[in-house]
Design a protein around this ligand. Structure first.
Ligand SMILES: Nc1nc2c(c(=O)[nH]1)N[C@H]1C(S)=C(S)[C@@H](COP(=O)(O)OP(=O)(O)OC[C@H]3O[C@@H](n4cnc5c(=O)[nH]c(N)nc54)[C@H](O)[C@@H]3O)O[C@H]1N2
Ligand SMILES: Nc1nc2c(c(=O)[nH]1)N[C@H]1C(S)=C(S)[C@@H](COP(=O)(O)OP(=O)(O)OC[C@H]3O[C@@H](n4cnc5c(=O)[nH]c(N)nc54)[C@H](O)[C@@H]3O)O[C@H]1N2
Ligand SMILES: [Mo]
Length: 774
């Protein structure tokens, strides 16, 4: 057996229980309790005046873009108060808080002591208010001037034997302006080591869609939702993670759409919804959103889709031309014959057993789809974080191609993005595998030769750090340690760096598990004003549907020591590259219009950026699929023939998906409740099927340990309470980041290298107190 990693102090949430209280699983999402809870939290953190101002300007035209998810705003009519949801308001409360971390706080709390707190407690401490430095061998962070911080990073970077020994991570809140400058600096410095949160998120979607349809983004707009006949929602929990999507679904339904939900959990938001911004919602009248619920086993989606397609094929063979869009298939696709030959070999009834969905329900779904062509398929992490994620997403494309459901109103692909600007960051160049086109454009416009060698993505960056190949780790936002897999391995990896640097708004665990030296650089958040030469600057973001919009903060920053992300990048570039640089970084700091003008010169689709971004609802980036075109090498959309995955479990094993509770934004924990699932005041829970509980001689409420031994490494997460839940046999669910200790670094999706965070093989045992056997 391979050696298990040592545990670095502070790298994990303490295995302390907070006191589970169980409530009823809610039947409908949102409504009054959601609005009340979001208002209360914002006012408590930010005070009445500041809190109200923030909420009033959230997602308003001319206001600021919600820092939570990437769901689009309506192009025309927006709610009179503001266009936001409960969880968006909570993300704002986190940022708008008046609590701040003074140098006194850091001198009173050692890094070791802070590491003993839970993520919830760490995040509640407040905003970082000045640059902080942890010297080699130091126990406490201490203040440092910005000048000294930049010169330290610059000299460490310049001392590296090769630029490839630095890694530059990006989380998805970074604006287009900051992200563009960041990748420009990193490439002029000489590396493509630009891993980002997308590597753990929608990378599988980007790869699958790029290969099959010629663009790595979804094709639908919000308007398509209102025209759709069928909307399928796979592996996504919009009630918690994209609440504003429920409003779009409600409207779609009112217009006649049928909604099919495919999930191992009957998620509250998918089943019923009270719109808080409508009178009926406030009064508690609920509408049931889902018409057909397919209660699938974890990673059963590929088999399910194939079963549906095989049934559709049978109908098409009986009645040629009645089910498939043969004109579209002939004119715009390739690989149809091979695909049909493959479907002909499949037995839908056997596939039903593989995915765990009753055959009659699959037939019902196929019957629905047979007569419809305006079909939208939405998906998120339930699909992308599986071993065969890329094939599953290509199977969605297969289905849409058979039906001619791409490039026409009311139909298409809808990967629902996570972070508010994760899609924009990619568009403007944050990518470890840059295209030739991007590199040539950088060279032409900025007169230096960017490196061509591909860089590290997240998983490869962790492995390189672990092998001692990385001297400097720099993170533009995010919480790398807690968001990435195999916490113990990753903690070891980070601690092998010479210097770790985090540009952050809030304190998090990645600041506490550090390189030999560490820096925290505090930045302005989305809601903060960014006054420069007397004028409030704005930045811009791209939402999940390719709309670029401006975002202007409204709140006075809580400290005069915060810099904007664009300014931090420019000063970093000046300190590192000095006269070596071909670029006038000062120009960018003085006026963000100059950054946008350079994005326009470099990245396709940004014509008249400065003018169009000032239009009230922004502008759409080009999307070939929307125009019925496919930018693949053959200019055709591609059918894909994939094998059916075998999800083999031995006798005691279970599959675990690591998901989000209602009270968190990724690694930021707002609270300890998961209201819709009826779990209160506790995050250390494991949702299990009743038969699995009984088979193991456990009970609802038993205290258990979770184990994984992938690759011969023993991984264990202690103290979880069993919660009996309506989840298929063999499947379990826990919350991340607590269970990231169990996600193996080497268990990744084929082709996208995304950690398989929704498909972790575990065993469950009664809690064992370490050392109690002696
Ligand atoms: N409030 C809030 N909003 C957020 C976030 C947040 O943490 N909090 N995070 C943001 C980010 S970065 C992202 S990427 C998105 C994430 O949004 P989601 O993808 O909705 O987030 P998860 O909680 O990971 O939920 C995954 C869903 O997939 C289901 N699932 C798991 N495995 C499978 C499977 O094999 N098949 C199927 N069909 N379903 C499966 C789970 O039951 C769950 O409903 O949300 C964004 N928005
Ligand atoms: N097991 C498991 N692991 C997962 C997932 C899963 O479903 N299961 N989901 C994955 C997904 S989809 C994603 S996207 C990643 C998320 O990974 P990350 O993006 O790295 O993590 P976040 O928790 O979103 O980062 C939160 C931190 O960002 C900082 N921050 C917030 N706002 C700003 C800002 O405006 N500027 C700057 N500079 N910093 C800011 C704050 O300091 C905060 O502590 O996690 C992944 N990890
Ligand atoms: Mo994400």
């Amino acid at each position: 057996m391979a050696e298990s990693p040592i545990i670095i102090p502070g790298s994990e949430n303490p295995d302390k229980l907070t006191g589970l209280k169980k409530g009823k699983i809610m039947k409908v999402a949102a409504g009054i309790p959601a609005v009340v809870s979001s208002f209360e939290k914002t006012i408590k953190e930010a005070g009445v005046q500041r809190g109200m101002k923030a909420l009033f300007n959230l997602n308003k035209k001319g206001g600021f873009d919600c820092p939570s998810c990437a769901w689009p705003d309506p192009d025309d009519e927006r709610s009179g108060i503001a266009e936001y949801c409960e969880n968006g308001a909570r993300a704002v409360a986190e940022e708008a808080t008046l609590k701040k971390l003074t140098p006194d706080f850091f001198s009173q709390n050692s890094v070791l002591e802070l590491g003993k707190l839970s993520d919830y407690e760490i995040g509640g401490k407040g905003r970082i208010a000045q640059p902080m430095f942890l010297p080699a061998g130091g126990t406490h962070y201490q203040p440092i001037t910005w000048k000294a911080a930049f010169s330290k990073i610059g000299s460490e970077l310049n001392r590296l034997p090769s630029p490839d020994e630095a890694v530059f991570y990006t989380s998805g809140r970074t604006s287009n302006e900051a992200a563009f400058l960041y990748q420009l600096f990193v490439r002029e410095f000489g590396t493509n080591n630009l891993p980002d949160c997308s590597n753990m998120c929608h990378e599988s979607s980007g790869v699958a869609l790029g290969e099959s349809l010629g663009i790595g983004k979804g094709s639908v707009t919000l308007d398509d939702f209102y025209k759709a006949e069928v909307i399928m929602i796979m592996g996504q929990n919009p009630g918690t993670n994209h609440p504003r999507m429920l409003t779009a679904l409600q409207k779609a339904k009112a217009n006649g759409a049928t909604i099919v939900s495919i999930n191992p959990l009957p998620e509250t938001g998918l089943m019923g919804f009270n719109n808080p911004q409508k009178v009926e919602g406030v009064l508690g009248i609920n509408s049931s959103l889902t018409d057909i619920f397919l209660h699938i086993k974890i990673n059963g989606d590929l088999a399910l889709l194939k079963a549906i397609e095989a049934l559709l094929l049978k109908e098409e063979q009986r009645n040629p031309g009645a089910v498939f869009d043969q004109d579209f298939i002939r004119a715009d696709t390739e690989g149809y014959e091979q695909f049909v030959a493959h479907l002909n070999t499949l037995n839908p009834e056997e596939l039903a057993i593989v995915c765990g969905v009753p055959f009659t329900r699959i037939q019902e779904t196929a019957r629905l789809l047979a007569t419809k062509s305006k079909i939208i398929v939405c998906w998120a992490m339930g699909l992308t974080q599986q071993k065969n994620a890329v094939d599953t997403i290509k199977e969605i494309v297969n289905l849409l191609l058979l039906k001619g459901s791409i490039g026409k109103p009311g139909a298409g692909t809808c990967p629902v993005r996570g972070h508010s600007n994760v899609q924009g960051d990619r568009t403007v160049g944050i990518f470890e595998k840059p295209s030739e086109q991007l590199l040539n454009s950088i060279e032409r416009n900025f007169h230096f030769a960017p490196p061509k060698k591909h860089g590290y993505d997240v998983v490869d960056a962790i492995k390189a750090m672990h092998e001692g190949k990385v001297g400097v780790f720099f993170a533009m936002g995010g919480n790398f340690l807690s968001a990435t897999p195999d916490t113990r391995y990753t903690a070891e990896a980070l601690s092998k760096c010479r210097l770790t640097v985090h540009v952050s708004t809030k304190l998090n665990r990645s600041h506490l598990v550090h390189g030999e030296e560490a820096l925290i650089l505090p930045c302005l958040g989305r809601s903060d004003m960014d006054i420069r030469n007397g004028e409030n600057q704005f930045i811009s973001c791209e939402n999940s549907m390719g709309v670029v919009q401006m975002s202007k903060g409204v709140l006075p920053p809580i400290s005069d020591q915060l810099l904007s992300e664009p300014e931090i990048v420019c000063k970093l570039a000046q300190a590192t590259l000095g006269k070596r640089s071909q670029i006038n970084w000062q120009m960018y700091i003085d006026n963000y219009d100059v950054i946008r003008a350079d994005i326009e010169r470099t990245i396709p689709g940004f014509e008249k950026y400065n003018e169009r971004v000032r239009q009230p609802a922004g502008f759409y980036l080009p999307n070939c699929n929307r125009d019925g075109k496919f930018d693949t090498s053959s200019q055709k959309a591609r059918f894909n023939v994939a094998p059916i995955p075998v999800n083999h479990l031995s006798k005691n094993e279970l599959t675990m998906m690591t998901i989000r509770s209602h009270d968190q934004f990724n690694t930021t924990i707002y609270g300890l409740n998961d209201r819709y699932r009826g779990v209160f005041n506790e995050r250390r829970v494991i949702f299990m099927n009743e038969e699995d509980i009984a088979d193991r001689n456990l009970q609802n409420g038993s205290l258990v340990d979770l184990h994984n031994d992938f690759g011969g490494v023993e991984r264990v997460a202690h103290k979880f309470l069993v919660v009996a839940y309506r989840i298929p046999k063999g499947c379990t669910a826990t919350y991340f980041p607590e269970t990231n200790v169990l996600v193996p670094i080497d268990s990744v999706a084929d082709k996208s290298n995304t950690p398989t965070s929704k498909q972790v093989v575990i065993t469950v045992s009664k809690h064992h107190i370490p050392g109690s056997e002696t």
